[in-house]
Design a protein around this ligand. Structure first.
Ligand code: BGP
Length: 509
């Protein structure tokens, strides 16, 4: 659009532009539950077992499941031992939840469609009408409440059948199944959905598995670099993303499409030029994904990396033209932390990270899960992405996973109708305040930003650890790691704070 390459215009109530999309975000596989209801097929997330606390060290390994574990999971009925099968039971509570989001004054809900609700096996001849209807009702209700659905087509999500029978995204055939899925949902929800995202955190495909978001990494043939299959799977996702982008532009020209990156900014560990160049390389390896989706081509950095590592990515004739011709309208990303790069990492201590371990940054505190807490880094990232791409940006994930304490009781002791349950999560409010003040700075710096959707709105099952008790919500969900609980919703203190934030368009900061 005409304003796409200009900074956000100043809003009438302060720094944030009018119409700024304040929202919350979550993913179908972490929130919905109802894994075997409404005609849904099994997805890869439904076979990820609950892991114990001692397993949390190697996060990417947690999301992988062997063929034997898949067979056991498929044979297991019910939700016991498989947290993502029950999620937060959004499937059973969605009307109540939408009311809560409306009460918060949200303008956007970032969510995803479970592919396996629409095509239970991924390659079915016809879509599942019950699944289509579920999201149609949800989107309609959201729009009635003035909330824009921001819809991810694939958030760590794929019908299990496509994993076991085709090897997930390593198979070129899966591109065709995804194209049909995209055409089906975009066609059905034309006019209801104005913002589409193709793949969540597309850069995690290389780190985790061939499915994006975990489950399976088959042993490569002897002598074959496992990254070979990973980059091939990623290329297939880029092609699928370009096809989906074309479909949205064709079927619903009023809608916009974005890519979605887990933005991991790398700081040099020292002013040694070798560290600076290493950090630049690491940043370019994170950003080559958005180079493909925003600029329409693979960068020199990644092509050289493939050459140096002996990795060959097979591209069909026409792929590169397709990528070049179907770039996205905006760039969305998650931001949780920054990382540190060095040519001599052994000089520094390590700390945990979301899917990555990193060198400990001595200037930053870490969260309970060892993630660097770096609000200023968000301003840096916003300016950096804006300078590089000059397309509107959208922060679609940012938030704090923490152990919350539920105080009070649902039992109405005073017989006055009072539910005394509260969660005093001032640490979460503090997290948002500090990050959003930096967002405000970045907007003042001239960055064009569409919105901010806090991760996860409701407490949901953690993507990496499958815990419920790594809580991200501003709304508490009364369930524990084993899926036991009333699934009641309780407004946390952060709920009321976020309500003020949205009502004042950020002036409360
Ligand atoms: C991102 C994912 C989300 C999410 C979040 C928090 O990587 O897109 O799905 O869950 O990180 O991560 P976790 O749940 O592992 O704490």
């Amino acid at each position: 659009s005409a304003t796409a390459t200009e900074p956000s215009p100043a809003g009438t109530t302060g720094a944030f532009p009018d119409g700024f999309l304040w929202g919350v975000a979550f993913a179908a596989n972490q929130v919905e539950g109802g894994f075997d209801q409404g005609g849904k097929g099994l997805s890869q997330a439904d076979v990820i077992p609950y892991r114990t606390a001692g397993d949390y060290v190697d996060i990417s390994a947690l999301m992988k499941v062997s063929d034997a574990e898949i067979a056991t999971a498929v044979a297991s009925p019910g939700t016991a031992g498989y947290p993502k099968r029950s999620g937060s039971d959004f499937f059973g509570h969605w009307e109540e939840d939408v009311d809560l989001f409306a009460e918060m004054g949200l303008k956007a809900l970032r969510m995803s469609i479970a592919w396996s609700r629409i095509f239970p096996n991924g390659n079915d001849a016809e879509p599942n009408e019950e699944g289509l209807l579920f999201y149609e009702r949800l989107f309609t209700r959201l729009r009635e409440k003035g909330i824009d659905p921001v819809v991810t087509m694939s958030h760590y999500e794929m019908p299990l059948h496509l994993v076991t029978e085709y090897g997930g995204w390593t198979s070129r055939e899966v591109v065709g199944f995804f194209e049909r899925y995209a055409r089906t949902i975009v066609g059905r929800y034309t006019g209801l959905v104005r913002y589409w995202l193709t793949f969540n955190e597309i850069n995690t495909t290389i780190i985790e598995s061939y499915t994006g978001g975990g489950v399976i990494e088959r042993e490569p043939a002897p002598g074959v670099d496992p990254r070979q299959a990973g980059y091939q799977a990623l290329h297939h996702q880029f092609v699928a993303s370009a096809l989906a982008t074309r479909i949205v532009h064709e079927l619903d020209p009023a809608a916009q499409v974005g890519c979605m990156l887990a933005r991991m900014s790398h700081y040099p560990a020292s002013s040694d030029p070798a560290d600076i160049v290493k950090a630049q390389f690491d940043n370019n390896m994170n950003l080559f994904h958005t180079d493909v989706q925003v600029r329409g081509r693979y960068s020199g950095t990644v092509r050289r990396f493939w050459r140096d590592q002996g990795i060959t990515v097979v591209m069909e004739p026409g792929d590169e033209e397709l990528l070049a011709a179907n770039t996205v309208d905006f760039l969305s990303f998650s931001y949780y932390m920054s990382l540190v790069s060095s040519v001599s990492p052994e000089k520094y201590g390590a700390t945990g990270g979301n899917l990555f371990s990193t060198i400990k940054n001595p200037y930053l505190a870490t969260t309970e899960w060892g993630w660097h807490f770096d609000p200023e880094g968000l301003r840096y990232v916003l300016n950096d992405l804006w300078d590089r791409y000059q397309v509107p940006l959208f922060i679609v994930e940012n938030g704090l996973g923490a152990t919350d304490v539920l105080e009070g009781s649902a039992v109405d002791a005073a017989h006055d109708g009072t539910d005394t349950r509260r969660v005093h999560d001032d640490y979460r409010i503090d997290y948002y305040v500090k990050h959003l003040r930096e967002v405000r700075e970045a907007i003042a710096d001239g960055v064009n930003l569409l919105g901010y959707t806090a991760w996860g709105g409701l407490d949901i099952i953690s993507a990496s650890t499958s815990q419920m008790t790594k809580r991200y919500g501003v709304i508490y969900v009364d369930a524990d790691d084993t899926g036991t609980g009333s699934y009641d919703r309780v407004r946390k203190d952060s709920f009321y704070w976020y309500q003020k934030l949205a009502a004042t368009n950020g002036a409360v900061l």
